[in-house]
Write a protein that binds this ligand. Structure first.
Ligand code: SF4
Length: 430
């Protein structure tokens, strides 16, 4: 029915959104659509939005305008977390034909009767109760794939809207996830990033996240797995041991900290305090040699005085972290945090972000220096940027070398010999 019709996609936000867009694009391809780039003429544009992005509305408008300029008669569908949270707001944006909530995100083929533009934007599938689980994995980047294992979250962090956008915790079966990992490998992809909203809460037929990674470890042909962000309170000794003893699970963890002040962690309703975080980091570092551990930190949460912020700085200096991802707190409607006292000004937030970014650079530099002259295996990517190409070691050190088409998507043994001015490492092939 849609032979020779063109569909284009735009994804905002996280790895999970990328895995889901890729899955929607395969659904449409199977209906006859030709998948094209977003900046090309198309008959259908699908925009997968994020609610964490600041200025979600502004971003959405900008992207829709771009699509409209290219193809004024194309059907425009908006889905994703922002669509789930603010469907009516999106229907007011000129050019939008359909807004799909979490319940109909994967239902586009059935909702498309034709590709004619609508007189009035329609809203579908925004009921958040009893959401189904939909498997997803990305195939657009030939080096790595984001494999979704779980969706939703039952936690109640006071600043977060994700549970409202993605519903309750639900997990795919181990059989399905393993089958998807095999499909990814069959496409020649070398690295799989295990992705979800709160992956440590994985639970399917009483199987835990550790049960899952043990099974994934057995899948033939996968060269590398990375575990995306995992809550510190959900990391177990057994899980660390699986990673330690596996040849496929990379020595790399990303563990959100958010604050180094117990007072602020309490206000955030996080499920751990600094003592537990420190124990987990020390335990991982003790067990896995040369491990890379990254952390997310939020600055400017209500009540974060200079004293509490300094606790974060001091705490991070005590930890064996290799990099930080720094976010400025921004208020979200319907969250508990919006009513908390002690708002922090924009200027103070930006100053604190800067301080943490400088600290992150120092941590990364220290980690890279520790690994200088070491021998590693690097998975090189396809991208050619000004004659250079990039890749990551097992422990997530970013390496650059002269572009050579032949080593794209391959794993090569290297010795790291220099840290360049841009902070990346250069390597000798061995
Ligand atoms: S763990 Fe907290 S921050 Fe993460 S998705 Fe769940 S509620 Fe949001």
């Amino acid at each position: 029915m849609y032979q020779n019709k063109r569909a284009a996609f735009y994804t905002l936000g996280c790895k999970l959104n990328f895995s889901e867009t890729s899955t929607i694009s395969r659904q449409l391809k199977s209906k006859g659509f030709i998948i094209t780039d977003f900046d090309r003429v198309a008959d259908l544009y699908v925009i997968n939005t994020c609610s964490v992005t600041e200025n979600a509305n502004k971003n959405c408008r900008r992207i829709i305008r771009k699509a409209k300029e290219k193809s004024p008669n194309a059907l425009i569908i908006v889905t994703g977390c922002y669509a789930q949270l603010k469907p009516k707001e999106i229907t007011k944006i000129e050019g939008v034909d359909m807004v799909l909530g979490a319940n109909d995100k994967f239902n586009i083929p059935n909702l498309l009767n034709n590709l004619n533009k609508k007189n009035k934007a329609e809203i579908h599938g925004c009921e958040i109760e009893n959401l189904e689980y939909n498997s997803a994995y990305s195939l657009n980047d030939r080096t790595r794939s984001f494999l979704k294992i779980q969706d939703g979250c039952n936690y109640t962090c006071s600043y977060c809207t994700i549970p409202f956008a993605r519903g309750k915790n639900r997990s795919d079966s181990i059989e399905n996830i393993v089958a998807n990992a095999k499909k990814i490998v069959n496409q020649g992809i070398k690295e799989i990033v295990i992705t979800g909203v709160n992956i440590g809460t994985y639970d399917n037929k009483n199987k835990t996240f550790t049960n899952l990674i043990k099974e994934l470890d057995k899948v033939k042909g996968v060269e590398r797995y990375r575990i995306s962000s995992i809550e510190p309170n959900l990391i177990t000794d057994e899980m660390i041991d699986v990673v330690k003893n596996s040849k496929k699970f990379m020595p790399h963890f990303h563990i959100p900290l958010q604050s180094g002040s117990d007072l602020i962690l309490g206000k955030m309703r996080r499920r751990y305090k600094t003592k537990l975080y420190l124990e987990k980091i020390n335990n991982i570092s003790k067990k896995i040699e040369n491990v890379c551990i990254g952390a997310d930190v939020i600055v400017g949460f209500p009540g974060e005085t200079d004293e509490e912020f300094n606790k974060t700085l001091d705490f991070i200096r005590k930890l064996n972290l290799s990099y930080l991802h720094v976010f400025s707190y921004s208020e979200r409607e319907n969250t508990q945090a919006i009513n908390l006292e002690g708002k922090v000004s924009k200027q103070v937030k930006s100053l604190r972000s800067k301080q943490l970014r400088i600290l992150s650079e120092k941590l990364q530099r220290k980690f890279y220096e520790k690994n200088l002259n070491g021998n590693f295996k690097v998975l090189f990517e396809n991208h050619n940027k000004d004659g250079m190409m990039f890749g990551f070691t097992e422990n997530y050190i970013k390496v650059k070398t002269k572009y050579n088409h032949e080593i794209c998507q391959t794993i090569k043994s290297v010795s790291l010999f220099n840290i360049e001015n841009d902070g990346l490492m250069t390597a000798k092939f061995i």
